[in-house]
Design a protein around this ligand. Structure first.
Ligand SMILES: N[C@@H](CCC(=O)N[C@@H](CS)C(=O)NCC(=O)O)C(=O)O
Length: 214
């Protein structure tokens, strides 16, 4: 049985947005059986020596799939898709497109969104040039995404894939300021279409019931 290491307790700001939700969503979509190992962030469960083989950077999510230890949300959902033959095309050209968009979600899109979020947490509010630069970077990425999504239902192929899980999660958890995404109706409706899936709702509701804020 797949063991998923996910939060049991995490600070209130992060609760509901953490990356274990990507894995839990994928597992719900794939209908794979799993058990959760709850990790208490304030109690430093992630920093335990025993956890390092699963997650070298002491982070969530990770999995133990019958002895295969994996971290990195992108690697985990990709592995699960290959294993279950779900949310992944059977042909290698289709698989390459899914891989392309998994990397795009985590590298090209998440990077500017996360950088801006971190600046806004840590800055004194004066903004200035660094913020102006990051906002420009975010708009460049979102406007290109808007163009790509025009006439497309999903990001990588005609079907919903694990790339959509990563992209939709990045576009929801990575955007704290609704004004940033407001000029991109195609991106917003794509994100909302993905988040309307029953598997996301089930994963999110179970997470909210289980994970404490602290
Ligand atoms: N690149 C990693 C990032 C994982 C990550 O940032 N996890 C956060 C939670 S969403 C975490 O464990 N933070 C706790 C910490 O770093 O102490 C992935 O996609 O899985």
């Amino acid at each position: 049985m797949i063991k998923v290491y996910g939060f049991s307790k995490v600070n209130a700001y992060a609760r509901g947005h953490t990356r274990d939700l990507r894995v839990l969503w994928a597992l719900e979509e794939m209908q794979l059986p799993f058990e959760i190992v709850g990790m208490d962030h304030p109690a430093h469960d992630l920093n335990a020596e025993a956890y390092r083989p699963l997650s070298p950077f002491e982070q969530i999510p990770s999995i133990d799939d019958d002895g295969l230890l994996l971290s990195e949300s992108g690697a985990i959902v990709f592995h699960l898709a290959k294993k279950s033959h779900r949310l992944m095309p059977a042909d290698s050209a289709g698989e390459a497109q899914v891989m392309r968009w998994c990397f795009a979600a985590l590298n090209t899109v998440e990077m500017p969104l996360l950088s801006l979020m971190v600046l806004d947490w840590t800055a004194d509010g004066s903004g200035g040039k660094p913020r102006e630069f990051l906002v420009g970077w975010v708009h460049r990425v979102l406007s290109n995404l808007e163009r790509w999504l025009s006439g497309r239902e999903f990001i990588a192929t005609n079907e919903f894939t694990v790339a959509d899980i990563l992209m939709a999660h990045v576009l929801s958890s990575g955007v704290k300021d609704a004004q940033l995404i407001a000029p991109y109706p195609g991106v917003m409706s794509y994100r909302d279409r993905c988040l309307a899936r029953p598997a996301w709702q089930r994963a999110y509701d179970a997470y909210c019931e289980r994970v404490e804020a602290g």
